[in-house]
Design a protein around this ligand. Structure first.
Ligand code: NOJ
Length: 488
């Protein structure tokens, strides 16, 4: 009997030991890289034939909506300094550099009637430079800078946008053969909920509860149409294609059933709404039911959530070769009472009270720093979408930019990477790359130049936009070289 007990105890402790540790090492072929996006770094907003996009319009027409009235007119001046950007990325020993393509640099009018060769040349040069430095170019086709001309006809609420997007994507794909991974659209939730719901992001539409769902519906169709076009028309291309979704973990504020349900509901609204059509087919059930219920309470004759046809569900389902995943933060979620039925909004649909645990550390922009939240989000993705291959296309933290000794960034990456290793080794997730946001400080949307996410500091008052390595570059270089989390 004692022997049996001892054996059981031994087995438990061995298995606990095995399952409580990762081996601290990323696989040899794991990709470490850094990211940027066109509007946030390029500048040259009206040079060489580039047309106006919605962020040009918003920052110029409503400068008061951006901290310090900043804008991306010059940004990091990467349009002129791209060689330096690529060389500082290569200096970190990175395997990939993620950038995005500015639609109006390629098609100044937004439409495909005129292709701007100078725009094509800029990205061809950038891609060649990345390859020359033995890195993989990871290209995002759309990172929020919609042509203003297309916004003038409704932007992401006009069903015709799907065709215009595919026409643009085709030109891009045809001209940039050497891209290693394609991301169709970056973070559709931000595009829809902030651009067409709250309206604090360009194009500034306040259409919460209606326009944000129309946007999500069109983005799903647009992503799928682009994926199908790519597979049909470019069968000889090897690069994999997907979409990038941002996952902010909703942790139940208590063990109460209602709070646990509210957290699950919020995860489905915030992530599932964009992921489910592509990875499982159709909207998440809880989202369909909840918006239908609330729409009925508000006296609508039909749900405010557009319905996919059977044909659309099948067309969109499975249009991914991996999942692009951006991860930053976690929130606490409790159930909320039903709000007054006098107004429709995304918030009233989600019906949740959102808070932050005061014990959590924060980045300078208020994002919580919760490494275990990332692991939980990854576990949720694993369970909900049948363990897809995952490329972490962004992860990072902001500081106030006052010091190059960014120890907080180093501990952020140390803890998040450790949680990711747990997800890989203990939970069995198939994660094949990690991308720092960002290579360098840049235009942080409505935060202007006040929030610094870079591994390199950029001096925005210097016309040269000088890049200076922060302490975290030492950390990242060691990480990329050894594939182990450096102890610094
Ligand atoms: C995600 C977005 O893709 C990027 O543009 C932004 O700067 C970072 N999050 C940081 O907020």
């Amino acid at each position: 009997m004692v022997l049996i007990k001892r054996f059981i105890l031994f087995t438990i402790s061995v298995s606990l030991c095995v399952s409580a540790e990762n081996n601290g090492t990323f696989p040899k072929d794991f990709l470490f890289g850094a990211a940027s996006s066109s509007y946030q770094v390029e500048g040259a907003w009206n040079e060489d034939g580039k047309g106006e996009n919605i962020w040009d319009r918003m920052t110029h027409a409503h400068p008061e909506s951006i901290m310090n009235r900043d804008n991306g007119d010059v940004a990091c001046d990467s349009y002129h300094k791209y060689k330096e950007d690529v060389s500082i990325a290569a200096d970190l020993g990175l395997k990939h550099y993620r950038f995005s393509i500015s639609w109006t640099r390629i098609l100044p009018s937004g439409y495909d009637n005129y292709v701007n060769q100078k725009g094509i040349l800029y990205y061809q040069n950038l891609i060649e430079e990345i390859l020359k430095h033995k890195m993989i170019p990871v290209a995002t086709i759309y990172h929020w800078d919609l042509p203003q001309s297309l916004q003038d006809i409704g932007g992401w609420t006009n069903p015709l946008l799907v065709n215009h997007f595919v026409n643009y994507a085709r030109i891009v794909i045809k001209n940039f053969k050497n891209v290693g991974y394609w991301i169709t659209i970056n973070e559709p939730k931000q595009v829809c909920v902030r651009g067409y719901g709250a309206g604090d992001f360009a194009p500034g539409i306040k259409g919460s509860g209606i326009a944000n769902y129309l946007c999500a519906y069109l983005i799903a169709k647009c992503h799928a149409a682009t994926y199908h076009m790519y597979k049909d028309e470019f069968p000889h291309y090897k690069a994999k294609m997907s979409i990038t979704l941002d996952g902010e973990w909703s942790e139940p504020a208590s063990n109460k059933k209602k709070d646990v349900e509210a957290a699950e509901r919020r995860n489905q609204f915030e992530f599932g709404l964009y992921a489910n059509p592509i990875l499982n087919g159709d909207w998440p059930e809880v989202v369909i039911d909840r918006i239908a219920e609330r729409s009925a309470l508000e006296n609508y004759s039909e749900s405010r959530l557009p319905i996919f046809t059977r044909e659309e569900i099948d067309y969109i389902n499975g249009t991914f070769d991996f999942l692009g995943f951006n991860t930053y933060w976690t929130l606490l979620v409790a159930n909320a009472k039903e709000a007054s039925i006098k107004s429709s909004s995304y918030k009233n649909d989600v019906r949740a009270v959102i808070t932050k645990d005061p014990k959590w550390k924060l980045g300078s922009n208020g994002n919580t720093i919760v490494p275990w939240g990332v692991r939980k989000m990854l576990q949720w993705i694993q369970k909900t979408y049948n363990n897809p291959d995952i490329f972490i296309t962004e992860c990072g933290v902001s500081d106030d930019g006052t010091s190059l000794d960014d120890d907080d960034r180093i501990s952020f990456y140390t803890d998040y990477l450790d949680a990711i290793l747990d997800a890989m080794y203990i939970d069995g997730m198939r994660i094949f790359g990690f991308t720092a946001w960002s290579l360098m400080d840049n235009f942080e949307w409505t935060g202007g130049y006040s929030y610094h996410f870079g591994l390199y500091h950029v001096n925005f008052s210097d016309p040269q936009r000088t890049r200076t390595p922060k302490k975290s570059t030492i950390f990242f270089r060691k990480l990329a070289k050894t594939h182990r989390i450096p102890q610094v």
